[in-house]
Design a protein around this ligand. Structure first.
Ligand SMILES: Cc1ncc(COP(=O)(O)O)c(C=O)c1O
Length: 338
């Protein structure tokens, strides 16, 4: 597909999501996920995150679904009257959501899951039925090959994944303006085709992905040691590794290394002053974005997402980063905090 965003849009179109439907996702993430839901005409309903992992909290999900009522036909509806069709949990920063927790709630309410694995390629998930790979946990998913991703093209690219053959046929049609036979359009689709040059670049880079992911993980271990040695673990929350105890090597592939600290803006200013790269993923949670003002949300509606947006800071983690550069990052953070 032409991008992760287009892969998601194509999947939603193939599932027939549109006006009259409602889709649940989280507000602390990149915009694309909610943007695609909106573009289908469906209602976007937000569910808060687990503050420790930044990802969908199954407890919040259960509370949310329990607050909805079934109609006379047994269909679960949002307060606006839309049919709850789909849950889109997002694997953020390189490790997986609690897919079993989310899956159990989804099954209880009879709702499907579409997995946003845009940032997760290569991450492994320890499920009760064995090890799974991000993007292959739910029946449908999508992955992004945006240049900054662990496997990045030279421009935009993505992939939609599904287990069902009929769904795959639908996606192939939708990718190509709904055509099977040239100029005969069975359905309305889009131009969601991947550029051949991007596909060639991805194919060339793919064999290196495992090694790059291993380097990201060893960079994360270097940060952990450096923050510990600097005595900062009481003021800086390092990224959670919810599946570290699984024994799986790739339980985290560190797409981003996101720390949390209450004095985030002062620390960021210090790093920027010293020309050390850092970034905020994501400064404004989606429920407070201008384009979603029509949903009527206000600050305080999704506290864990809002707190994550105000405290999180991504540090450089790319393969090729040197230990002395990481040491300078940790030193600069120490100076800013002292
Ligand atoms: C969580 C998430 N979902 C969706 C996307 C959309 O992918 P793309 O940028 O390839 O359109 C991205 C990537 O940027 C992302 O990080």
């Amino acid at each position: 597909m032409s991008s992760g965003t287009d892969a998601q849009l194509a999947l939603l179109m193939a599932m027939g999501i549109g006006a009259g439907d409602a889709v649940i996702s989280t507000p602390y993430t990149f915009f694309a996920t909610a943007g695609c839901i909106h573009r289908t005409g469906a209602e976007i309903i937000f569910c808060d995150i687990d503050p420790a992992t930044f990802m969908m909290d199954p407890v919040c999900l259960r509370d949310l679904l329990s607050s909805f009522k079934k109609d006379a036909d047994g269909v679960l509806r949002s307060p606006k009257g839309n049919r709850i069709r789909l849950i889109v949990p997002i694997h953020l920063f390189g490790t997986c959501c609690d897919m079993e927790g989310i899956g159990a709630v989804a099954a209880e309410f009879g709702i499907e899951i579409l997995e946003d694995a845009a940032q997760g390629l290569g991450a492994k998930y320890p499920s009760k039925s064995g090890t799974k790979s991000a993007g292959l946990i739910a029946p449908t998913s999508y992955i992004s090959f945006y240049p900054s991703k662990n496997l990045g093209a030279a421009g935009d690219a993505g992939v939609a994944l599904c287990l069902d053959g009929e769904m795959a046929d639908k996606l192939r049609r939708i990718r190509n303006h709904g055509m099977e036979q040239r100029y005969y359009h069975k359905v309305v689709g889009g131009n969601f085709r991947i550029d051949a040059i991007q596909a060639a670049i991805l194919r060339t880079k793919l064999p290196f992905l495992d090694g790059w992911n291993a380097t990201r993980r060893s960079n994360a271990a270097i940060y952990r040691d450096a923050f510990n040695t600097a005595g900062l673990l009481d003021r800086v929350v390092l990224p959670a590794e919810p599946f570290a105890g699984s024994g799986l090597r790739d339980h985290h592939i560190y797409h981003q290394y996101v720390i949390r600290l209450p004095k985030r803006d002062a620390v960021m200013a210090r790093l920027t002053e010293q020309k050390l790269g850092c970034a905020i993923y994501y400064p404004v949670p989606l429920h407070l974005q201008e384009c979603f003002a029509y949903l009527g949300h206000k600050p305080g509606d999704f506290l864990a997402s809002e707190q994550a947006a105000s405290e999180s800071l991504a540090l450089p983690i790319f393969p090729g980063l040197r230990p002395d550069e990481q040491q300078r990052v940790v030193e600069a953070i120490k100076q800013a905090l002292n």
